[in-house]
Structures are given as structure tokens and as C-alpha cells.
Design a protein. Structure first.
Length: 161
């Protein structure tokens, strides 16, 4: 039995109520999506300006699948997104932190984002606002392309009870 068959069975037996898949590419996603009896509602994807995953975002939007951007701050790797000169140049005049700018960008693109953050930054990171169109586009035009912290990548199937 394939993994989708096991998912359907586990759900039918009440063993799980929700299923999501994380960080698998479109080439891997298509056969699953096309054959799945239970379509995924949410897909978690590492996504930030250095790894925007635009093609995946568009596919999921077209198929009513929520795109949950994790690591929108780039795993906190230094130097990294929080020190990017484009991000800093946008943050300073609007009196926001680079983290707030990155979270605003992620929210405007994907609607859902999941930053891994320290508790002391949680309140500050909720204080975000919509970016001006030119600022949003300037971030979109960042040309650095890099998956951050490759060794932490654990694609797979996750179940919730």
C-alpha cells in the first residue's frame, strides 16, 4: 500500500484528523496530488526572499492548497536575510525591523507564515504592516537564491490528532 493509501486508511479509522506534507517539490507533489483521494489542505515550504518558491506558490494557490511559509526569517543564519541590504533599506524609513519587513513580505505572498522565533521577539513580530508595492517588488527582485540550513530539511508526511 502506498503512503496515500495509508493516509486514507488512517483517517477513515480515526487515527488522524489532518494530514499535511512538507517541503517536497512540485515534481514529487504532482503524482501525489493527482492520485490522492484526500487532497492536502496545507503544504509547509521553506520560503523567504532567497528561496521564494514562486512556482510552487502559484500551483498551490491555483489548487486551493494553503502555502505555509516556514523559515521566513531564513533560520536566523547570520549573515543572512536579517542583514540583507535591500531588507534593511526598506525597514529603516518605515521604522520596522528587518524581521518585520520579512514577515510582512511573507504574509503578503503566502498569507500564512511560521517563523521560528524567540519569545522575546514574538510581540514585535506581530507588529507588521502591509508593504508598499514598490518595497514588496524590490524584495521580489532580490536575486540571491539559496536554501538555508539544508541539513535541517525533513520532507515528509505529518499527521495531527
Amino acid at each position: 500500500m502506498n503512503s496515500n493509501g495509508l493516509i486514507v486508511r488512517a483517517r477513515a479509522e480515526g487515527a488522524v484528523v489532518g494530514v499535511n506534507r512538507s517541503d517536497i517539490g512540485l515534481n514529487q507533489r504532482m503524482p501525489i496530488y493527482e492520485s490522492a483521494k484526500i487532497k492536502p489542505a496545507v503544504v509547509q515550504v521553506e520560503s523567504h526572499p532567497y528561496l521564494p518558491e514562486t512556482e510552487r506558490l502559484e500551483f498551490y494557490n491555483e489548487n486551493d492548497i494553503a502555502f505555509l511559509a516556514f523559515a521566513p526569517l531564513g533560520h536566523g543564519i547570520r549573515p543572512g536575510l536579517l542583514e540583507d541590504p535591500v531588507i534593511s533599506a526598506i525597514a529603516t524609513p518605515v521604522e520596522k525591523t528587518p524581521a518585520q519587513v520579512l514577515l510582512s513580505w511573507a504574509g503578503q505572498r503566502a498569507r500564512l507564515c511560521l517563523p521560528r522565533q524567540r519569545l522575546r521577539f514574538a510581540r514585535e513580530n506581530l507588529n507588521i504592516s502591509v508593504l508598499a508595492e514598490d518595497a514588496f517588488n524590490e524584495i521580489n527582485y532580490i536575486r540571491t537564491r539559496q536554501r538555508l540550513k539544508e541539513e535541517d530539511r525533513h520532507p515528509g508526511i505529518h499527521f495531527t490528532r
